[in-house]
Design a protein around this ligand. Structure first.
Ligand code: DC
Length: 220
């Protein structure tokens, strides 16, 4: 099996770039952030404070997360319910960042991720894929962009979905999530030593996809 690990901060374009590259390569695209978001959604629905490690750990017993791959991409299931769209709200983003700092949550989602890479050629994106989940991935990329550029992109994306959000608020949330994701004790966001840096601040979408495919070609 061939594995491409893509890590990087929120809003850098990892998922759209990885999705397009997966299509070009005939690989399965695995969005691991969706798994943390699904656990977070369960906590919000159950009234469990996402930063309360003990309460979250206890509530994990009632959580079943599963992935399905359809022609339109990855679907994520929470106890059998398709929550693919529902996990994309700013509230779930913040809660996902909080639950993802809890070691029991990371452990809970670990084998689901490694299991995908055992069965399929994958492009997997997240925060700790090259460092923790798939340390033997053939290609590792750290895909990033400036916080301001990421906030602009997120605002554009939400506007296109018909749910515009405030730029300053989005930038604050992105910075806060970066801070949380980079400074947590368990599996913090950081480039794997053997990763290639791909900064997309000055690249458009097509340019970023082409650069990623180039990196893959160089390494395979
Ligand atoms: O990529 P995303 O925005 O959907 O991720 C949601 C949150 O989950 C993010 O704040 C960090 C966390 N996450 C993680 O800790 N490890 C991963 N492999 C993927 C996401």
């Amino acid at each position: 099996m061939f594995a491409i690990a893509i890590d990087g901060p929120a809003g850098a374009g990892k998922s759209s770039v990885a999705k397009a590259a997966a299509r070009a390569l005939g690989f399965i695209y695995v969005d691991t952030g969706a798994l943390y978001r699904t656990v977070a959604l369960h906590m919000l629905r159950s009234g469990v404070e996402p930063a309360d490690a003990e309460a979250v750990e206890a509530a994990l017993a009632g959580v079943a997360v599963d992935l399905r791959h359809a022609p339109d991409g990855q679907h994520v299931l929470l106890c059998g319910e398709d929550v693919t769209d529902e996990i994309r709200t700013p509230a779930v983003s913040m809660a996902a960042s909080a639950v993802s700092a809890i070691p029991a949550v990371r452990k809970f989602l670990f084998s689901l991720q490694t299991g995908m890479a055992e069965r399929y050629d994958v492009i997997m994106d997240g925060r700790d894929i090259g460092t923790v989940v798939l340390p033997n991935a053939q290609v590792k990329v750290f895909l990033t962009a400036s916080a301001e550029e990421r906030a602009r992109r997120r605002c554009r994306e939400m506007e296109q979905k018909g749910t515009p959000v405030d730029y300053e608020q989005t930038l604050r949330e992105i910075r806060q999530r970066d801070e949380q994701d980079m400074n947590r004790e368990t599996a913090p966001l950081k480039p794997a030593e053997d990763s290639v840096l791909l900064d997309t601040s000055d690249l458009d979408f097509e340019g970023a996809v082409q650069r990623l495919l180039e990196i893959v070609r160089e390494r395979s």
